[in-house]
Each structure stands twice: as C-alpha cells, then as structure tokens.
Design a protein around this ligand. Structure first.
Ligand SMILES: [Zn+2]
Length: 240
C-alpha cells in the first residue's frame, strides 16, 4: 500500500511562501542585532540561503525594471539584467555583508618589530549607502607594533579592507569599521588609516564634479598621543 505524504513529511510546510529575507531579518531581530547597510549579517544566513536571496532579489529587481517601463521581454540587452544586478549586489559589491570575515592567520611578533610600518595604497571599492553609487579610492594603513602585537601578512590587510568596503558604506564609518577590525586582529600600539576616494554620486549625478575626492583618517593609540609619529606617517604617504 502506497503511503500518502502527510503534511508533516513535507519540507517545512510552515516556511512555504515566507521570503528568505524575512526569515533572516527575524533571526537578527531575535538576537537584537543591527542590520544597517554596512553591518555584516553572515551569522544569520544559513547554508543555501544566499542562493535563495539571489532568487528573491532577482524577482524584486525585475519589478524595478518593470516600473521603469523597460521592455525586458523584447530588449535582449536587459532580458537578464534583473539576475545580473542581483548577483552584482549579493556576490560582488555587497558581498562583505553576507560572508564571514576572511580567515587571517596571526603570528606573534617574534622579531620584536617596533618600527612604523605602512601598507598601501590599497585600492578599495565600495558604494555609498545613499545612492548605491560607486566609491573608489585608496587606503593607507600605518601600524605601530609592540611586543604583544600579532603580525599578519601584508595581503591580509587588503582582504580585511575588501570585506569592510564590500558593503554600502559611508566613508567616515568605513574607515572606523576597518580600524576596529585591524585593532581587534593585531592589537598594535597604534594604528592610522587614511582613505582617499572618489564618490561617483558626485560625478555621475548631483553636482557632476569629476574631480572631487574625499579624504579622511582615523588615528588610534600611539598615533593619537604622539604628534611626531602622526607627522611621520602622513609625510611618508605619497602625495599625487
Ligand atoms: Zn551617494
């Protein structure tokens, strides 16, 4: 005799029709965490849900194209645009929201390095939270180690920066997030970060100024206390 499937044997019957974004949001709220544009939410995304989010964003993007009165059915240039934009956001430019921090191996400071070290310029790519327009620029990182500082490979700074910048950002908040992350991973005596970037929301739209750049910095520890160290770092950054 063939058994009929009962509701309890069907896959998550209660989940049917609940968008995956709603499930993720409920978990974040239950944990009383924030999910602003530049927050990482990887801890709340379960295996397989990123693919489901891709499908969900694609459907919503198709709605945007429909509302923009673009004939995606006849226009072969835009027939796959909804899917492409969904992938662009989730897998590329905003990936730093959905995946966990890159694995970084920290080594003890065996050589007792205690000289100013500068990493950069690292090219950084982000997007502004206001318009989702590109923000592209450079970052310099100054590290003042002490005997307790963890040493990380030079390329690891670039990976940490990529993870923080891969979210809709506000430049002032992005550099603070990056500084917090590097402080946590390496415990230096001092840390200095300078970021210089072009905000395409100023070039492509708005005032349409192609040359304006924004520069900002964060100083921590010995860079805050020691003006000579701060001057040394700023003098060593190439001016162009
Ligand atoms: Zn903007």
């Amino acid at each position: 005799m063939k058994a009929e499937p009962t509701p309890s044997t069907l896959a998550h019957p209660a989940d049917e029709g609940t968008p995956v974004s709603v499930k993720i949001r409920e978990r974040i709220r239950a944990a009383r965490k924030r999910f602003h544009a530049n927050d990482n939410i990887a801890d709340f995304v379960q295996p397989g849900e990123l693919e489901a989010l891709l499908d969900e964003v694609e459907v919503k993007m198709q709605g945007v194209l429909d509302s923009l009165v673009i004939d995606t059915a006849s226009d072969h240039n835009t027939s796959d645009t909804a899917r492409r934009v969904a992938k662009l956001y989730l897998n590329e430019v905003f990936r730093g929201r959905y995946v966990k921090a890159p694995g970084i191996t920290e080594f003890p400071n065996a050589e007792h390095l205690n000289e100013l070290m500068i990493v950069g310029p690292l090219t950084v790519r982000s997007a502004c939270s206001h318009h989702f327009c590109p923000v592209i620029g450079k970052v310099w990182i100054g590290v003042m180690p002490n005997e307790h500082t963890n040493v990380i490979g030079l390329s690891k700074y670039a990976r940490l920066a990529e993870w923080v910048m891969g979210r809709p950002q506000i430049q002032e908040e992005a550099v603070v997030q990056l500084a917090d992350l590097i402080m946590e991973k390496t415990q230096p005596d001092g840390l200095a970060i300078v970021m210089e970037a072009t905000h395409y929301c100023m070039a492509w739209r708005g005032v349409k100024d192609m040359n304006s750049r924004m520069i900002n910095s964060v100083m921590r520890g010995s860079f805050l206390k020691d003006p000579a160290l701060r001057r040394e770092f700023l003098a060593l950054i190439p001016k162009d």
